[in-house]
Design a protein around this ligand. Structure first.
Ligand code: ACO
Length: 431
């Protein structure tokens, strides 16, 4: 790691305060303000953390202005073309691409951990019909920790690769069971001879009397979606996982919190919202023009879902890859989806429109991923669950970083804007 020893000076109330400058390996620079309050009495205020570096991390590098995304230094484009989700999961969690022996070991661990404790079926039964699978996913990830007592006593008893494989493997079983439960279908158990993504599709779509037809192009497309979502530095859900981890909560509890943060429509829930938006536009007979006009009107309550990103002020590199994959998969599966035409039309119109151009709003990863998932047969309410499975390596790796370099518990400050000193009024005297 390459951190340079420099300082900068800040003048506050006429006093000079010296603050260290931190530089990362990609020359990103930060002013370390951790001593600011002690020296001056001031804190910094950054609504929505748009300009706050909350940690130092070695996992993922993003340059939002240039549209660059790299996992452990390797460009996303190379990984999308040459790798698989599980290889990338190893890269992200363990910090390196696995050797053949390491990959075999990791795959074996995933297989060893694919089953849930049989008693967990009673937990699934407790959910009402049509329960949202994200609610089930989060609750069941947390519930799984109850079946691993070492998580509460000696979490570090097993090597981290074992802990990581346990969560990564069980999450896919929980996700498939959550879907089967939400549709009133019997659970399908995993098959040890199937690889990660194929096994997941088997658990989702096989019937007790008939195995699902695993088409290679379908498996590859979903594996690519998982891979493209595998990490994205300090987004809302990953920052949540780190926040929870900083209190020394266990890996499962921290990941369950990540699922909750991901659920919102401004984050992972956007892939579901995009598809619903495209369906509404299609049903209304609009070619997208009316919707674009509404998305520009702040009073309409509408946004062009799948557009815009806090970090990318250029085309999201994942969206480029997904758009190409979308054309490819639909052609291979001989599917002609009118929603893809609407999406392309919306993109063209938005990229010509000064509202979107001036605000640097480009398609993000969610804009086309839903169309692929629809072609595969994944129901809309499961879209965000796919994102959660894909993001699991990133959450696990970030959890590991927090545990390995324990910082203080994450605890932001605030600027209080409520009433000043006030006294208790007895109930009879209140107006
Ligand atoms: N449609 C219309 N206008 C938009 C959109 C959009 N999708 N996104 C941002 N804007 C506008 C805002 O209204 C604001 O306009 P103003 O400056 O005139 O007030 C300006 O662009 C900046 O937007 P912010 O909300 O301040 O940007 P922020 O960085 O906070 O939000 C976000 C980023 C949440 C992704 C936003 O662009 C959005 O809501 N997009 C749609 C939802 C979405 O696709 N989310 C997925 C994100 S990617 C992911 O989680 C995988």
């Amino acid at each position: 790691m390459l951190y340079m020893d420099k300082t900068t000076e800040l003048i506050l109330d006429g006093k000079i305060c010296k603050l260290p400058i931190i530089e990362g390996t990609e020359q990103e620079r930060a002013v370390d303000i951790s001593a600011l309050r002690d020296q001056t009495g001031y804190i910094t205020l950054d609504d929505g953390y748009g300009n706050t570096g909350s940690c130092r991390s070695q996992i993922t590098f993003i340059d939002g202005e240039k549209g660059i995304l790299r996992y452990r230094g390797i460009p996303i484009e190379e990984l999308a073309e040459k790798s698989t989700f599980i290889e990338v999961a190893h890269l992200i969690i363990m910090g390196k691409l696995p050797t053949s022996a390491e990959l075999r070991h990791f795959s074996d661990l995933l297989t060893d951990n694919e089953l849930l404790n049989e008693a967990m079926k009673y937990h699934f039964e407790g959910f009402p019909p049509n329960a949202h699978p994200m609610a089930i996913l989060s609750a069941m990830i947390n519930a799984t920790s109850c079946y691993h007592s070492e998580l509460l006593t000696d979490q570090m008893r097993d090597s981290f690769v074992v802990q990581a494989a346990r969560l990564l493997s069980k999450v896919r079983t929980i996700a498939a069971f959550a879907y089967r439960k939400s549709r009133g279908l019997p659970a399908i158990y995993p098959k040890p001879d199937l690889k990660y993504t194929a096994n997941f599709l088997h658990m989702m779509f096989s019937l007790p009397y008939k195995d699902y037809d695993l088409k290679p192009e379908t498996v590859k497309a979903l594996d690519l979606i998982f891979l493209l979502h595998a990490d994205h530095e300090q987004n809302c859900s990953t920052a949540t996982v780190r926040m929870v981890a900083s209190s020394r909560a266990n890996l499962f509890a921290s990941a369950a919190a990540g699922v909750c943060a991901l659920w919102g429509p401004l984050h992972g829930g956007a892939n579901q919202a995009v598809l619903e938006m495209l369906e509404d536009i299609h049903k209304s007979g609009d070619d997208g023009s009316k919707f674009i006009a509404a998305a520009k009107d702040k009073h309409s309550g509408k946004r062009l879902m799948g557009f815009g990103h806090r970090v990318y002020k250029h085309y999201d590199p994942r969206a480029k890859i997904i758009k190409r994959a979308c054309d490819d998969v639909l052609a291979k599966l001989h599917i002609n989806d009118p929603l893809l035409d609407i999406a392309k039309h919306l993109e063209e119109a938005a990229l010509r429109d000064s509202y979107f151009v001036e605000r640097k709003l480009y398609p993000n990863v969610d804009f086309y991923s839903g169309i692929i998932m629809r072609a595969i047969g994944i129901p809309v309410e499961m879209f965000t669950v796919m994102f959660a499975i894909g993001r699991m390596p990133g959450w696990i790796a970030n959890y590991k970083e927090v545990m390995e370099a324990p910082t203080r518990i994450y605890r932001p400050r605030q600027i209080y804007t409520g009433p000043t000193l006030n006294h208790y009024t007895p109930i009879k005297e209140r107006k």
